[in-house]
Structures are given as structure tokens and as C-alpha cells.
Ligand binder design. Structure first.
Ligand code: GTP
Ligand code: SPV
Ligand code: MN
Length: 623
């Protein structure tokens, strides 16, 4: 029943695949049908090649180990190859598309010798949704096919769409690990990839085209995710009047009357999206369910409201730090049918990582390099990062449908109407627990200043500590065009509807620190995780216009007693007033940094509205 190249009826896809075959010269070509038999067959191929280990302790779960040169996205090798350099903007790497294509064609020539080329049709978003978009990934990596099978809707059901409509649009995504097997060579258990200087993760925005070479890992290789659903989709969204965002989507229910609101949140990588999307509230009367944990596509409905879908079908979640305590729902999601990458392997055939909540069982454990080590006595991070059992960016790839708190309507083709948009990042000082924008444009301003402070842990230069590394809208690594124009697009989206229908915008900060207060675990002034439900409840009421706020120079903030503190430890009750205060001096420094270091980067592309709001903020702070 498996598909062959003859089964591809869509003329443009057929022609493009034939071109890829000619250039890459694979030994065989397989058109991916997405069946269980096929998944099992490809996984067995990985096990036989020594690339995957079946986990005895978990049903249909497998562990892969990559090479140290291929453990995460490589931003330095990621390119927005627009015709004009100015269209890529000041925050992206750019190479002229003619030059880049010539270089990459040289690399692609014969790159699939000794390998099978897989042709995988996939849909980003629920099948049949007017917001969804289709793609085809051509790859020589079984690992990629298996991951994309979990992360997207892939296989025959998407081929059926293409075969029914010869004009159906698709984003062509070409991927190779960049490791041809010549003269009968084998992988022999070694993760195939190219050296860092030969890796290219390239987006051609005018052609809506993706070419990736040399990496097999995550966002570099699963091209539906960051390359398509963000870098290419931001360009489509700009041209078509919608939003493609690095955002979680959650469903918040007030149980007393069943009232529901949907909330999205943009936090930079590893700043808590998956955790917030699946949180278990610590206050009674509230329920959080998951729609998505990483990417949101939002389009206007006929009623002028923004409706969001999750373009993905799985979670590619950070493993270290995930425990019963921090994110039980993520652990349960990854109990079966899951691919683990760069985790530790225990003697009883289970995975393990730092921050999993318990010490590994047994005497020895295999680390992410594949080396046996004595079991650590606890799950704490070792002082020397090189001693970690799991790589800090180890991940699990789990079907979203397995999440215990997945919302029943997570695949609604019409999307869910968004009431609130959150921005956030790690800000040890200045930024309060929560504040609300006065207007849509003020909210765009808040998105534009998102950042995380550099800590002593990430720099050896004491002068840098406390400085802010800006990641506006948490999308700096994922925007397919000039970030100044992206700000302008957000302003324009605001003009396409009215304030009463647009989502309310909030800035949250779970990461305020007081290193001198020894009571606080990790020095954090707010407990975070499930206790973030206390802030979500305030936001819910704000969306209803409830009188639970005070006006401050930076925006609307909770009035005294408006944040539920029942059951909160006494030391957090004491820190709460501190993190709900406006730090006028800190904000004036913030204004100065934005004016002198952040906004000038965008030159004439910076919308004037943002400078006006910056001036207004300064005036209010000085009043
Ligand atoms: P990407 O998948 O890289 O986009 O990351 P993400 O934004 O989904 O981050 P994730 O939820 O995986 O969290 C990353 C890290 O932040 C983990 O180590 C969490 O334990 C930690 N974290 C998440 N939420 C909180 C919080 O509310 N407070 C504190 N202190 N830490 C948190
Ligand atoms: C991120 O880095 O924001 C991720 C992981 O979600 S990756 O898919 O590799 O981009
Ligand atoms: Mn992400």
C-alpha cells in the first residue's frame, strides 16, 4: 500500500521532487504515507543503524543521541536570503540568494548517496482549517520523518489534498543531513550531520522556499516548525494581514460559571511557554487546558476578533527541569509514542535528566554522549556543565493529543478567539509581576521591548551583568523579514479592528530575583509554575473590564488585594508588594537603554508610534 513517486499527481510538487532527486542523487525515493507500519519500519531502520535505542520502560519510545556539534538551533548559520539585504533587517543573517543557492547547490550535489530520500507531505494546522498551510519536506533523515510525523499532520491525508487540487499551494522544504554514504559506508551508530561551517538553515522569503543542509536537530531540520511556521509564515502573515507568532495558546476556564477565555503568550526560548500552556492551577475554581505550546497563527474572524490555531500536532519540549512538580502534564504526554533526544539512559531502560525530580535508579547511567557513568546521587545540575547526563537542550517529541490537559477543541479548524496576549522574559529586576497595556499600540511597544537580562551565569564580564539582551516579541531568531517592518505590521493589525475586539495585552515576569533573601528557592521572588494561575485569574477579570486595577505610569496594575494570595507561603506574601511596585528609577534606565541602544538598530523602519509611546512613558515616569 506504500506510495511511490507515481502517486504524486500535483505537477509542481512532482517537478520540484524530480529536481531534488537529480541534484541530491539518493539511492532510493520513498513517498511517506504516514502509516503506523511505515513509522515502525523507519524506526527499526534507525535502531538497526545504532542511531536509536528502544526504551524498555516506556511503550513505543526511543532515545536518539546527536553529536555535540548538532544539539540545538545554530543561529549563526541561519539565513534570511531575501533579494534585498534591507528586507532581512538588522537582526537576521543575510546572504544574497544567488550566492547562497550556488553554494548550497554545490553541497547538495550527490549529498544523498547511499541514503533514501523521503518525500513527506504535511499540513501545519488542523486539516481543513482555512488558517492551515501545507508543505512538502524532502529529507534523507529517518529521524526527521519520524519527528515530523509527530509534530505535524503528515502523510496520505495531505497527499489526498494535493492530488485533489493540482493548484494547491505548498511550501517546498529541502533538507539533507549533509553526510553522504559513499562506497557502502554506514552510519555505524554515529548521528549524521555536517561540520558547523557547512551547516546552512536558509529561508528564501520571496519564493516561500526553505533549504536546510548539514544539521539533523530540531528547528534546523524539522522544517515545518521554526523555518516554515515562523520564518516563512511571518512573511505570509505580513502579506496576507494575519499574525504568525512564537506563542503558546491556553484555554482558561472559570469553573463557577464555565466562562472561557483564550490567552496566548510570547516568551523567548526556554522561558516557560510549555510550562504555562500546561499549568495546574494552585488556586481553586480555575482550569487551564492546552491548545499549543510554541507557535500560534492568528487571523481575524468576520466578527473582528483574532482567532488562533496551533499549527503543530506535537510538543518538542525541553526535557531537563521537567518533573512531576514543575510540569506533570508534559511528563504524562511523553509516557508513550515519544522520541527522546540527548537524554540519559538508565539501567532499567528508562530516560533520565537533571531536574527530573529523583536520582536515577541503579549503579550506572549512560549519558547523552553514550558513555557509562556512575549514577549521580541527586537530580541537581552539576557545577561543570560538561558533566551533565542529559544535554541542557535535550528534548522530547510527544503527540499533543496525549497531553492530559489538551483542550477538547484544540483542533477546531476555525481557531479559538483570543482575549489576551502576554509578553514575558527573564527580568531579574525592574519589570513587575504583571502590568497591562493601555491600548493596542502600547501593547505593541511592550512586545517590542521584550528581553532577558544577562546574568552572571552567562557572562564572565561583570560590566555586562544586568544588561538586557532584547528579544522583541520573542521572535528575533524566527522573523523572516525586517523587524522594524514587523513592528509596523503589528501596528497595522491594530488598525484592522477596534480596541474592544482586539486582545488585551499584558507583560508578565515570573523571574524577579532577590539573591539576598535566603528564604526564596532559587532566589525567585515569585513561585511561578502553577502559581502563575493567580496572575491568569487577574488577567481574566481585566479582560472583562473588572475594577481590579490601578493606573500607573507604566500601565494598569493589580490594585491591593486583587491578586489571590490564599495558600501562598508567607515569604512570597512579603515579596509580592515589591514585585507589584513601579520601580521608577529602573524604568527610567529602561527608557534610556531603549532610546540609545535598542530602537536605533531599526533605523527608518521603526514605526513612529513606538517612539511616541516611549516619549509618553518617560513623561509619565517623570510627572
Ligand atoms: P522553547 O521550547 O525553547 O521555546 O521553551 P519554552 O518557552 O517552552 O520553555 P519551557 O516551558 O520549556 O521552560 C524552560 C525553563 O524555564 C525550564 O527549566 C522551566 O523549569 C523554567 N520555568 C518555566 N516556568 C517557570 C516559572 O514560572 N518560574 C520559574 N522560576 N521557572 C520557570
Ligand atoms: C526554540 O528554540 O524556541 C524551540 C526549539 O522551540 S527548536 O524547535 O529547535 O527551535
Ligand atoms: Mn520555541
Amino acid at each position: 500500500m506504500s506510495l511511490t513517486i507515481e502517486d504524486i499527481k500535483h505537477p509542481k510538487i512532482k517537478a520540484w521532487v524530480e529536481e531534488c532527486i537529480k541534484m541530491c542523487e539518493p539511492d532510493n525515493v520513498v513517498v511517506v504515507d504516514g502509516s503506523k507500519e511505515e513509522y515502525d519500519r523507519l524506526m527499526k531502520k534507525c535502531v538497526d543503524a545504532g542511531l536509536a535505542t528502544p526504551l524498555k520502560a516506556k511503550e513505543n519510545c526511543f532515545l536518539f543521541r546527536s553529536l555535540p556539534s548538532d544539539v540545538a538551533r545554530v543561529e549563526s548559520r541561519t539565513f534570511i536570503s531575501s533579494v534585498k539585504e534591507d528586507d532581512a533587517g538588522p537582526t537576521n543573517h543575510w546572504i544574497d540568494p544567488k550566492e547562497l543557492k550556488a553554494t548550497m547547490k554545490g553541497l547538495y550535489k550527490g549529498c544523498m548517496h547511499g541514503r533514501t530520500m523521503y518525500v513527506q507531505a504535511f499540513c501545519m494546522g488542523p486539516l481543513g482549517s482555512p488558517i492551515s498551510k501545507n508543505g512538502v519536506e524532502v529529507t534523507d533523515s529517518e529521524y526527521v520523518v519520524l519527528n515530523m510525523d509527530i509534530m505535524t499532520r503528515a502523510g496520505k491525508k495531505v497527499w489526498d489534498i494535493f492530488n485533489a487540487d493540482p493548484n494547491a499551494e505548498f511550501v517546498p522544504c529541502l533538507h539533507s543531513v549533509g553526510k553522504p554514504l559513499n562506497n557502502g559506508e554506514k552510519d555505524n551508530g554515529i548521528w549524521p550531520c555536517a561540520d558547523v561551517e557547512h551547516k546552512y538553515i536558509s529561508q528564501f522569503p520571496e519564493e516561500h522556499l526553505i533549504w536546510s543542509y548539514g544539521s539533523g536537530y530540531g528547528g534546523n531540520a524539522l522544517l515545518g516548525k521554526k523555518c516554515f511556521a515562523l520564518r516563512i509564515a511571518t512573511v505570509l502573515a505580513r502579506d496576507e494581514g494575519w499574525l504568525a507568532e512564537h506563542m503558546l495558546i491556553l484555554k482558561l476556564t472559570r469553573e463557577s460559571d464555565g466562562e472561557v477565555k483564550y490567552v496566548t503568550g510570547a516568551f523567548p526560548s526556554a522561558c516557560g511557554k510549555t510550562n504555562l500552556a500546561m499549568l495546574i492551577p494552585t488556586i481553586p475554581g480555575w482550569k487551564v487546558e492546552t491548545i499549543g505550546d510554541d507557535i500560534a497563527w492568528m487571523k481575524f474572524g468576520k466578527d473582528g476578533r483574532l482567532y488562533a490555531i496551533n499549527p503543530e500536532a506535537g510538543f518538542f519540549g525541553v526535557a531537563p527541569g521537567t518533573s512531576e512538580q514543575s510540569n506533570k502534564n508534559a511528563l504524562i504526554s511523553a509516557e508513550k509514542n515519544t522520541i527522546y533526544t540527548n537524554c540519559g539512559l538508565t539501567e532499567d531502560g528508562d530516560i533520565w535528566w537533571e531536574g527530573i525530580g529523583y536520582a536515577p535508579k541503579g549503579k550506572e547511567i549512560v549519558d547523552w554522549h553514550g558513555n557509562k557513568k556512575p549514577c549521580p546521587a541527586n537530580d541537581k545540575n552539576p557545577k561543570d556543565k560538561a558533566e551533565c547526563i542529559a544535554h541542557p537542550n535535550a528534548r522530547f517529541t510527544a503527540p499533543a493529543g496525549q497531553c492530559p490537559c489538551i483542550a477538547s477543541n484544540w483542533e477546531d479548524p476555525n481557531g479559538v478567539p483570543i482575549s489576551a496576549i502576554l509578553f514575558g522574559g527573564r527580568r531579574p529586576s525592574t519589570v513587575p509581576l504583571v502590568h497591562q497595556a493601555r491600548s493596542w499600540n502600547h501593547g505593541v511597544f511592550l512586545g517590542s521591548i521584550v528581553g532577558s537580562e544577562i546574568t552572571a551565569a552567562s557572562t564572565i564580564n561583570a560590566d555586562e551583568v544586568g544588561k538586557i539582551r532584547r528579544d522583541p516579541f520573542a521572535i528575533i531568531p524566527f522573523c523572516g523579514y525586517n523587524m522594524g517592518d514587523y513592528f509596523k505590521h503589528w501596528i497595522d493589525i491594530g488598525k484592522a479592528s477596534t480596541e474592544d475586539k482586539l486582545p488585551k495585552i499584558f507583560y508578565v515576569n515570573w523571574f524577579r530575583k532577590d539573591e539576598n533573601n535566603k528564604d526564596l528557592p532559587g532566589g525567585f521572588m515569585w513561585p511561578g509554575y502553577g502559581d502563575n494561575s493567580r496572575v491568569l485569574a487577574w488577567i481574566f477579570d481585566r479582560c472583562d473590564g473588572k475594577d481590579n486595577f490601578v493606573e500607573t505610569p507604566i500601565g494598569f496594575m493589580p490594585k491591593e488585594g486583587a491578586i489571590n494570595t490564599d495558600g501562598l507561603a508567607d515569604y512570597y506574601k512579603k515579596t509580592l508588594p515589591e514585585i507589584l511596585k513601579v520601580d521608577t528609577e529602573g524604568w527610567l534606565k529602561e527608557v534610556k537603554d531603549i532610546r540609545e541602544n535598542h530602537y536605533p538598530k531599526f533605523g527608518k523602519h521603526l514605526p513612529k508610534e513606538l517612539n511616541e509611546i516611549l516619549d509618553d512613558l518617560e513623561k509619565r515616569l517623570k510627572a
